[in-house]
Design a protein around this ligand. Sequence first.
Ligand code: NAD
Length: 337
Amino acid sequence: MVNVAINGYGTIGKRVADAVAAQDDMHVVGVTKTKPDFEAKLAIEKGYDLYAAIPEKQDDFKSAGVNIVGTIHDLLKRADIVVDCSPGGIGAENKPMYEKAGVKAIFEGGEKHDVAGFSFNAMCNYDKAIGRDFVRVVSCNTTGICRVLHPLDKAFGVEKARVVLARRATDPADIKKGPINAIVPDPVKLPSHHGPDVQTVLPRINITTLAIKVPTTIMHLHMLNMKLKNTPEPDDVRDILGKAPRIRFVRASDGITSTASVIELGRDLCRPRYDLWENCIWEDSISINDGELYFFQAIHQESIVIPENVDAIRAMMTLEKDAQKSIQKTNKAMGIA
Ligand code: NAD
């Protein structure tokens, strides 16, 4: 049983904790919070051992009557591996602490590739993560793009990919970056960083990305266009994507006509926090036009990277050497069909 610590129990951290707790080959030894807020209290109610992320702030927990077991340094002594889910950029600052403690670490997509020197997606490069000490799980958008590019490239050869991303402005619980009433080219200067980030996982893919930020909090929407070496029929594409793990087809013909109804689907599936861990691809958008492939997909930014974190732990701890077996095991434990 591998002992996993979660440093930063926020949007991603609390979901990673629950996904790890659902597995039978790994265990959550503790989670950290910077302050004794409702999330800290709920973490204890759920049965997680709570630690202070910032040792100088441990007295705040005591004053608020919130029981902590110790500080991040105590937690690292109990852990085989830590998943750093702190805000982007803090993970790189935390890395020397993990090195000193001799603990393996996973970083999230808000960190630069260099933080680990290896960027991960379970479908694309699980094998290369086996036994590694440091791995970065790529961001929500990069994960969503890698999951479709990889099987399509294997089946038909991707000559050129172009992706336009309509990005949610911020997460639903965040009141600092929203609401906005604007459509923001993000960035104005092309291309956006997403294409180069995809290439940290799939270096041979020729891809250009453009992004806009839109006034919504629930999901991203991707518009994908690919020139393929062997032009398929739409049914061939459906077949390949339908067989790939962590992809769910939705249909406008079923009334799923926007990200709002995709999220409603998540609610009706009674998913925890209405999480949609899969790429939600509009099956009826898959088209071949002038020899090129087009389709739409919705990406639930808060949850799509969660199963990838579980697989990264399994690879780094050499719990499973076969990518497909790990993906299936993670999916089964989390309830991903
Ligand atoms: P968040 O702000 O929701 O949560 C971060 C947590 O870390 C908070 O609880 C915060 O109090 C805590 N924290 C702050 N300083 C800390 C420190 N020094 N040590 C430990 N914890 C500290 O952020 P998030 O959305 O969960 O993002 C975490 C990482 O995941 C980032 O790299 C982000 O880019 C990436 N990510 C986020 C999303 C998303 O849509 N939210 C999607 C994919 C990847």
